[in-house]
Every structure is written in structure tokens, then in C-alpha cells.
Design a binder for this molecule. Structure first.
Ligand code: ZN
Length: 572
């Protein structure tokens, strides 16, 4: 990517687009380079493992293909890397895998495209031209039926209770395109007093607006006049969710940098989804800044201006166009936000439907930010009433989480007190602080309990001499099994030399740890001894090292028998 300025210096005059997109290109190249380095390292590691398994000095073709397909590791790189070790690649096997994958991809593609239906749409477009979209200004209009398509074929009428796509000369319904979902609504067949439902609206071949209709009471015929009414509530929500992407796009560029470019978007009545090129996760501060900037524009409640102009004229206004997108000669320029000197906050080319004033968006909140793919982030956001509802739900979740942490805190504090330990008088109010205290208390309780248990070995004087070795065995009711090993270590130090057996019992299960000091591991093994103990507890196996081993069993009542069995084994 360091070569880029040189390239732009040489070619920039002939291709002004290069200069305009310099930040984005640079960022993309840098990412690709980093990604390639990671790919290379990961691929080499896998290759290293695989070459260890190679027979007859030939790497199987499917392995080379997996490296290529899953890890993006090119075949020639694999060959070069293996040449040094005198290993060849089964290229015929590789080609076969590649061919199979292509076949699968082709089959999937053939299933999705329906060329016969495509032909029908081209015919309709040739015959009648593009559908006139009235929805920028109105949500209701009368329209004449010019074509009906049912099951991929042109028909003269759509029967009552039938479903099909109806094309009219004009329509207030927005056809799904540019990330904004299509409108839904109701209609009436004029003169017949019968109704139908528009369940979805789609842009077809970029020019026709197809109403997917669920017909109800009477046939719709070519030539009929329809009254078409967009679902206002839904349209308003979509409009707000779409409009806010303009403000969000600009705010993201200002907060994150000019390399931010739109990679895709989807706006429906519920939320808006916006994908951007950005190499890393947004920080909470960056998210907050973007939210504040957008909400400021919403609060300013300035009118949204839409103008039709020539593409070159639009470029001169500084309107943001999508890099690599194809535009008609006449474009729709949407300006939104407060005036800043001789321009406004956001100017974009866009064919979507927009609010009249930014205040109609109501409110804006980013609810999630995540990685979509390498170098692309996906942002999901809400507008209007949904922001308040989201905040309320979040507060409720937080209250529940706090309750849970508080209950744990109460329990730990009581436990600490019962062990005679000290707790701070001040109880934290913040959930995160309280969680921290809980962790600290858990550790303190476990240390204190272990200390007490270790001390009790001395006090009761239950260190015996068995076969010339010091031995202590202890059954600890309700003791956490995970603390057995640290306690055994404590006792090893205390005894200096000897064998230690600890059994923690709880309802329905027992855990046993055997520790042997290093000077005695030549005579007895903790692993052998723990197996004897586990058997007494009704368990099997156990594992560890000669100086420390652990096992368990389902019979806590046999804890003393387990200690006894080990003692007996030691006595020989
Ligand atoms: Zn727009």
C-alpha cells in the first residue's frame, strides 16, 4: 500500500476516481496485505503439519485444495514451500477437487435464475417503459394495470384469491432497492368496490415496480384502475430508518475517518443495518460520538432537500456517491442536516424515500456493532419510539443482572463472616464493582478455608507414622474439590516429608487427592494410591503424577474407608 501515492501520482490525472478514493484504497490494500501475512503464516503451519504425514513424498491433492479453498493458500505457494523438502503435490487430485467445486457452484446458480421470467419482464419494460414512482410525494394514488405476471407468465387477469405480480403505469409504492425494503399496503379495484393486499413491492430490472399482490374479492384485470394505498405507519418507520443512514454515514466518516465507505445496507420498519469498510471494532467512545452527532442533527430538525440534477453537477456539490456504483445521467441528490458554510452536513446520491425534516426520525441509537468479514463492520441501529423501548428493556436486563450479582454478594459476605474473616463495611452499588468484590471474596474465602483446614491437621495431631513415612488423612465435608490440591501443597510444606490423603465430600460425590513429597516418590506413587482410594469411593481410575494425583467417586459415605484403604496399602 506504500506504493499507492506513487501510482496515484502517475495515473491520477487520467483517473480522477483514484485520487477521490485514495483513503479507501490505501486502507483496503493495507488490510489485504495484513490478511495475506496471516494467511501465509497459518497456511505454512498447516502445511508443516501435513507434510509430516506425507507418504511417498507426495502431498494429496485434496489437502492442497483444502489449503487453497479454506485458507486462501495458492497452489504454487504450496508447491514452492514443499520443494525444499523434496515433496511434490498431486496436482491432478487438486484439479479434480477444483472441478467438483465449480460444478456445485454452477448447479446452485442455475437453480436461482429463471431466464423465462426474466424475458417476460424485458418484454413488459420494452412495451410500456419504466413505472413512474410517485412515492416521494404521496402515499396514495390511482394507477392503471398494464401487465400481470402469474407463475412467471403474463396473464390478462389475476383471479380472486390469487397471487401474482401487478405492474401499473405509476405507483406510490417503493420497490425494494438500494437496501430499503419495499412498501406494503392495501388497494381497491375502482368501480368494483373490491379490495386486495400488496404484500411486497420490488424493483424489477431497475425500472419496473412490481406489486406482489394477494388478491381477495374479485379478479384484477389488465386495464383496471386501482386505488393504491401505502401502509403509512410502516412507510414512516422505513423512511426514518432509511433517512438516518445518511446522517450515520457522514457521522461515521467524521468519527472514524474518510476511509469509511458503505458496503451494504438494509432498512426495514424495525431497524437499519449498515455495513462499512473499517479495519477494527468501534470503541464505545466512537459509538457514542456517532450517536451524539446524529442525534444533534435530528434535534436540529432541519428540512431534507431533494434535487434532481446531472451526474457531473451532482459531483460538484460534493455529494457522496457509492464507489463502483453505476448511476443514470440524471441523479437524485439528497441533502440532510444543518448548513455548514457552503454545504450541508450530508449530501448523497439516493433514490430512497426520506423524511421531510430530520426531527421526524425522532431518535437514534446503535444497538450492535460487529465484524461481518475481514475489514467490514456491521452496524445495527434503531430510530423513533424503538429507541426508548430498547433502552427500557436494557434497563430491565441490567436490573436483573444486578439482582443476581447482589444475591451472590450477600451469600459471599455471609460465608466470609461465618469463617471469621473481615469484609469491607461499604457495599458497592455499581454492578461491575460488586462483581469485582465477589471475585475477591471468592478467593479470600477459599484461602481462608484452606488455611483453617491445614491448621486443623496440626491441632488434632493426626499425623501418623506408617512404614517409616509420615501420613495424614483427612475427610473434609462440604470442602470445594478445586481447593484440595492447593491444600495438599500446603500440607506437603508443613510435613516436610510424607504422604497426604484429602477427601472432600458433598451430596452424592466425593473427590480425593493424594500427595507424596518428592523424597518419597521413589517408594510410593500418588497415582497408585489415588486409584485405591477411588475404588473405595465407588469410582474408577484417577490420574496425575507420582507426587500429586486426583480422582473421584459417587459414594461420599465411604470417605473414611478410602483413607483407611490407602493407609493399609502403605502399611503393606
Ligand atoms: Zn436515501
Amino acid at each position: 500500500y506504500r506504493l499507492l501515492p506513487t501510482l496515484i501520482g502517475m495515473m491520477g490525472a487520467a483517473y480522477p476516481e483514484l485520487k477521490r478514493a485514495e483513503a479507501l484504497i490505501s486502507e483496503t490494500l493495507k488490510l489485504e496485505e495484513q490478511r495475506f501475512k496471516v494467511t501465509l503464516e497459518r497456511g505454512l503451519k498447516i502445511l508443516d503439519e501435513e507434510s509430516g504425514r506425507v507418504k511417498n513424498k507426495i502431498l494429496p491433492g485434496d489437502v492442497a485444495f483444502k489449503l487453497y479453498d479454506t485458507f486462501g493458500f495458492p497452489l504454487d505457494l504450496t508447491q514452492d514451500a514443499l520443494k525444499a523438502q523434496g515433496i511434490a503435490v498431486d496436482t491432478a487430485g487438486f484439479d479434480k477437487c477444483m472441478e467438483e467445486q465449480k460444478k456445485t457452484a454452477r448447479a446452485a446458480w442455475a437453480g436461482s435464475g429463471d431466464t423465462a421470467t426474466e424475458k417476460v419482464w424485458f418484454e413488459i419494460l420494452d412495451e410500456f417503459g419504466p413505472t413512474e414512482f410517485l412515492g416521494y410525494k404521496t402515499e396514495s394514488a390511482e394507477a392503471k394495470v398494464i401487465a400481470i405476471v402469474e407463475d412467471g407468465k403474463r396473464v390478462e387477469k389475476l383471479s380472486a384469491m390469487g397471487t401474482g405480480t401487478v405492474i401499473t403505469n405509476q405507483t406510490p409504492f417503493y420497490g425494494e432497492s438500494g437496501g430499503q425494503v419495499g412498501d406494503e399496503g392495501r388497494g381497491e379495484i375502482l368501480g368494483k368496490g373490491k379490495y386486495f393486499t400488496v404484500i411486497h413491492t420490488q424493483k424489477i430490472l431497475g425500472k419496473l415496480i412490481g406489486h406482489h399482490i394477494l388478491n381477495e374479492e374479485a379478479a384484477i384485470e389488465v386495464g383496471d384502475t386501482l386505488s393504491m394505498n401505502v401502509d403509512h405507519k410502516m412507510r414512516s418507520a422505513i423512511r426514518a430508518n432509511h433517512s438516518v443512514t445518511h446522517l450515520m454515514h457522514e457521522a461515521l466518516r467524521r468519527v472514524l475517518g474518510a476511509h469509511v465507505a458503505q458496503k451494504g445496507s438494509l432498512q426495514d420498519a424495525d431497524r437499519t443495518r449498515f455495513d462499512i469498510s473499517h479495519p477494527k471494532a468501534m470503541t464505545p467512545e466512537e459509538i457514542q460520538k456517532v450517536e451524539a452527532m446524529v442525534n444533534q442533527e435530528i434535534g436540529a430538525d432541519t428540512p431534507v432537500e431533494t434535487r434532481l440534477m446531472g451526474l457531473e453537477e451532482a459531483r460538484e456539490t460534493g455529494a457522496m456517491a457509492l464507489f463502483g456504483e453505476k448511476y443514470d445521467d440524471e441523479v437524485r441528490v439528497v441533502a440532510m442536516g444543518r448548513r455548514e458554510g457552503n454545504r450541508v452536513f450530508s449530501i448523497e446520491l439516493c433514490g430512497g424515500t426520506h423524511v421531510k425534516k430530520t426531527g421526524e426520525i425522532g431518535a437514534f441509537k446503535i444497538v450492535s456493532e460487529s465484524a461481518l468479514s475481514s475489514g467490514v463492520r456491521r452496524i445495527e441501529a434503531l430510530t423513533g419510539d424503538r429507541v426508548a423501548a430498547f433502552k427500557e428493556e436494557k434497563a430491565q436486563q441490567q436490573a436483573v443482572a444486578h439482582g443476581r450479582v447482589k444475591a451472590e454478594n450477600d451469600k459471599l459476605r455471609a460465608e466470609m463472616a461465618s469463617l471469621g474473616g473481615a469484609v469491607s463495611k461499604e457495599i458497592p452499588t455499581d454492578t461491575a464493582e460488586m462483581e469485582k468484590e465477589n471475585k475477591k471474596l471468592q478467593k479470600e474465602i477459599s484461602d481462608l478455608r484452606r488455611q483453617k483446614a491445614t491448621q486443623s491437621v496440626d491441632a488434632s495431631g493426626d499425623v501418623k507414622d506408617i512404614g517409616g513415612m509420615k501420613f495424614t488423612g483427612k475427610v473434609l465435608a462440604g470442602f470445594p474439590p478445586k481447593d484440595l490440591k492447593p491444600m495438599a501443597d500446603d500440607l506437603k510444606k508443613k510435613l516436610g516429608s510424607g504422604v497426604i490423603v484429602l477427601v472432600a465430600t458433598d451430596e452424592g460425590k466425593a473427590s480425593i487427592v493424594v500427595a507424596v513429597t518428592d523424597d518419597l516418590t521413589g517408594r510410593v506413587s500418588a497415582v497408585d494410591l489415588v486409584k485405591i482410594g477411588a475404588e473405595a469411593l465407588g469410582g474408577k481410575g484417577g490420574g496425575g503424577r507420582p507426587d500429586m494425583a486426583q480422582a473421584g467417586g459417587p459414594n461420599p459415605n465411604a470417605a473414611n474407608d478410602a483413607v483407611g484403604a490407602i493407609e493399609k496399602a502403605l502399611a503393606g
